[in-house]
Design a binder for this molecule. Sequence first.
Ligand SMILES: Nc1nc2c(ncn2[C@@H]2O[C@H](COP(=O)(O)OP(=O)(O)OP(=O)(O)O)[C@@H](O)[C@H]2O)c(=O)[nH]1
Length: 314
Amino acid sequence: MKKEKQVSSLNPIQWYPGHMAKAKRQVTEKMSMIDVVIELTDARLPESARNPMVDEMTRQRPKILVLNKSDLADQAKTQQWIHYYESQGIAAIAVDSRGPQSAQKIVSACQAIMKEKRERQLKKGRRPQSIRALIVGIPNVGKSTLINMLARKKVAKTGNRPGITTAQQWIKTKSDVDLLDTPGILWPKFEDPEVGYRLALTGGIKDDILDFQEVALYGLSFFSQAYPDALKDRYKLDELAEEPFALLEQIGEKRGCMQKGGFVDTEKAAELFLREVRGGQLCRLTLEAPGLHKQEPIADTLGESPIESNDKGN
Ligand SMILES: Nc1nc2c(ncn2[C@@H]2O[C@H](COP(=O)(O)OP(=O)(O)OP(=O)(O)O)[C@@H](O)[C@H]2O)c(=O)[nH]1
């Protein structure tokens, strides 16, 4: 009999403020060229998937918070989040950035934010220019997908804007919104292990540093409480074992994840479970509720350190 593996804290995956200081500089420098900041988060974990420094970096510019991957999130909870953000004075919309309507929704939200300013410009006889937007968000949240949608697949860098000496690249879209290349990498902050688990479960942390089984056990304990029927349906289980590890064994057995000697290969079962959760194959899920999760902004301390997150190199 295998000993049950406890859900404990993630291995020391950390937020490195030295890198954040660099990203902050990059974003802050760009603010003077920007009309609107489009901040992407993941609708399944809207607060955990935000970089808490973005507010600080972009405070002086209007912002739209885009709850992306809403096709994977619990619809009712996404609505609760939208209301919550609106009650905080933050314009928020939910999109599936792979869908054709996402770009139009975002363009309309940008136009709504710019309406008064544009009216003032018109009164002064000035023709409104395209809205200049900056898309920011942690890795893997869907920035590139959204940029491609906004650019309608033809991402064209238009080069430097006149008068700008640094190599800022503008992406001209066919809509009313032009985009400035996304800045340096804005890592999530997960000193709180719970935040790390949520990110890991949804694919926001590089897999090669993850203990799949540990993350799967966290996920199973969450699903047992929040979405037990989804587990039963997906894995054809009449009853769910109470302990996450025993549940993982049940799943492994059902799915033929076996090793020599008739034991369940729990590593394989964990990988399978995570893949299916991330792909939305169990159910739409939301891992956190409005108002219950708040991250503190960090101080600008410490030095440069290596980064470990789901970076694809942008
Ligand atoms: N289901 C779903 N998947 C999405 C959505 N948006 C993006 N994705 C997927 O999420 C993954 C990451 O999307 P990217 O656009 O590469 O994310 P990114 O923020 O540019 O990632 P980095 O390059 O790591 O910063 C890809 O597999 C996308 O297909 C969405 O709205 N719904």
